[in-house]
Design a protein around this ligand. Structure first.
Ligand code: FAE
Length: 516
């Protein structure tokens, strides 16, 4: 293909050129783009849209599949398939992993196992939005102010949180539907018992389209949340990022997404800009090719684990050695601890919606601070069991380091954190059982508590510490972070609304100052 023809065919200002490379395993062709974003989750989606709106061509590199290209791939909680786990031969739900797969496959849910903690993340175009419960929760203003004292809190609540809610199409469940449908019997029982135990409850907004859900209930449309779909992906109803930010970004014609492209290393180029070593995978997750990408501007949106691991590895192994010592620090699990109760009076019903809509909110009690979702347990049978995911006061003393012997990035997370979380969950379940009967859910977790399960990894490249006030990496021009790595360990609420609002704030500042 001739150069002119190539540029015409590409919507990007791509200038391919060929030079020899010392590493023969890499393709000799270098792919050159003005701006590259790593990942396609919340932080990445915001960055892509806002850059493209300013007329800038953007390439996004995503290690997982583009699920929107496959027809209804996602499996139910009760029947996971190879699409449900990233490169595993067994299911990886927080409990009940009895399902085996014939072959490994780059599925939509990944679990990264570190010492003392197992961290769950979404894989594919849309990142965590593909597998999460959709709960779009604004943190309390006082918590946000304590965590980010340097930010204009009022402006966030007036501008960036409402903007994030609008863009993500956040909506609320209708009261009549909630009160009447058998699919939320589990939630009504959980709510009534929490109040009986003296706790306050509140409805929480969600990105799942509740109008669609009502049609699911009346049989007008294919079922998704009402038919056991959530952490292995939703085939319908969920307004994941591929239907919001990424859809709008692609509609500009300036954004290209390359799925099954995993970034392995970042290097600073001698005369400015960045070089990325990238592994292309085939549809089965097997390495297909090694590629080199060059760009002037690099945005990290690979999530707290992805972005931080890349920087820690690149700081040790490549030319990013000037990154400051804050990179890799202040990581936490948002105080996540799972627990449950067996033998719940009133039962929880066989039919359950997979989308949680009510939380128990005890954040006004500083000695027993928690926000807990009343989570579904969609087993398609009466289990007499309720499930809770608590968000407690988070420790942010986790840190990442490069283990030279193992040649990989590891996360250090203290066992003391786990014992504190255990104590918090025990006290909550004790209060509930004292008031309403039931036992700790030994059928779900060892000792009834999953203190090592994390759905909300946060931190590692914290705003104002590893970066400046807009997420620019100190010491490296045109290198930015816009994802969950910016939040130091916890936010006292489910995090994606805050991640999106922070990304909007950072992109506004970056575009005005660096791309003006
Ligand atoms: P994220 O959404 O994780 O996206 C990162 C993307 O980068 C992924 O697509 C990765 O595959 C990709 N990537 C990583 N490394 C590389 C690499 N080296 N090369 C190329 N691509 C790479 O990042 N939060 C809520 O607020 N409400 C909920 O209801 C909720 N429920 C959850 C339920 C589950 C089961 C899970 C796992 C999480 C849940 N979360 C929830 C957390 C939420 O999804 C998470 O905080 C955000 O997705 C994080 O957004 P980021 O933009 O940081």
């Amino acid at each position: 293909m001739k150069r002119r023809e190539f540029i015409q065919k590409s919507s990007l200002a791509v200038i391919p050129f060929f030079i020899s490379h010392p590493l023969s395993r890499f393709s000799r062709k270098k792919h050159v783009y003005p701006t590259i974003i790593i990942g396609t989750g919340y932080g990445a989606g915001v960055a892509a849209l806002r850059l493209a709106e300013k007329g800038m061509p953007v390439l996004m590199l995503e290690m997982g599949h583009d699920w929107s290209k496959l027809k209804t791939p996602f499996a139910k909680m009760t029947r996971p398939s190879k699409f449900s786990a990233w490169m595993r031969k067994k299911s990886i739900a927080p409990f009940g992993n009895i399902f085996r797969f014939k072959k490994k496959y780059p599925g939509v849910l990944d679990r990264q196992d570190y010492d003392n903690i197992k961290v769950y993340v979404g894989r594919g175009v849309g990142g965590g939005s593909l597998v999460n419960g959709g709960m779009a929760v604004m943190p309390r203003q006082e918590d946000f102010a304590e965590i980010f004292p340097q930010l204009d809190v009022k402006l966030f609540y007036k501008k960036y949180f409402p903007l994030a809610s609008k863009m993500l199409q956040v909506n609320n469940i209708g009261d009549a539907f909630y009160q009447e449908t058998p699919y939320y019997h589990f939630s009504r029982v959980g709510q009534q018992q929490a109040e009986q135990a003296g706790f306050k409850t509140r409805f929480i907004p969600n990105v799942y389209d509740f109008k669609y859900m009502e049609k699911e209930a009346s049989g007008e449309v294919p079922q998704s949340a009402l038919d056991g779909e959530v952490i292995y992906g939703n085939n319908y109803g969920k307004q994941s990022l591929d239907k919001t930010y990424l859809k709008q970004a692609l509609a500009t014609g300036l954004v290209t997404i390359l799925p099954l492209h995993k970034v392995d290393l970042i290097k600073e180029k001698p005369h400015g800009g960045y070089e990325l070593e990238v592994q292309q995978l085939n549809a089965e997750g097997v390495p297909l090719a090694q590629k080199i990408f060059h760009c002037k501007n690099l945005f990290l949106g690979a999530g707290s684990l992805g972005s931080t691991s890349l920087l820690v590895k690149s700081k040790t192994l490549s030319s990013l050695s000037k990154l400051n010592d804050e990179v890799g620090q202040h990581w936490g699990n948002n105080g996540n601890v799972m627990t449950g109760r067996n033998f719940v009076r009133g039962g929880v019903h066989r039919k359950q919606s997979c989308i949680p809509v009510v939380s128990i909110d005890n954040r006004n009690d500083p000695t027993n601070y928690f926000l807990s979702e009343i989570a579904p347990l969609p087993m398609n049978l009466e289990t007499w069991t309720t499930l809770y995911l608590l968000i407690t006061r988070a420790k942010s003393d986790g840190f990442f380091y490069f283990d030279k012997e193992l040649n990989k990035v590891k996360l250090s997370w203290s066992n003391t954190n786990a014992s504190e979380l255990r104590a918090r969950a025990k006290s909550f379940v004790r209060s509930m059982n004292k008031a309403c009967g039931g036992t700790r859910a030994h059928l779900l977790f060892k000792n009834g508590i999953g203190e090592n399960i994390c759905y909300h990894p946060l931190g590692g490249i914290v705003l104002g510490k590893a970066t400046d006030h807009f997420g620019r990496l100190k010491g490296y021009p045109n290198l930015y972070v816009t994802d969950s790595s910016l939040i130091p360990g916890g936010i006292g609420a489910n995090p994606f609304l805050t991640i999106t609002a922070l990304a909007e704030y950072c992109m506004e500042g970056i575009l005005a100052e660096d791309f003006g």
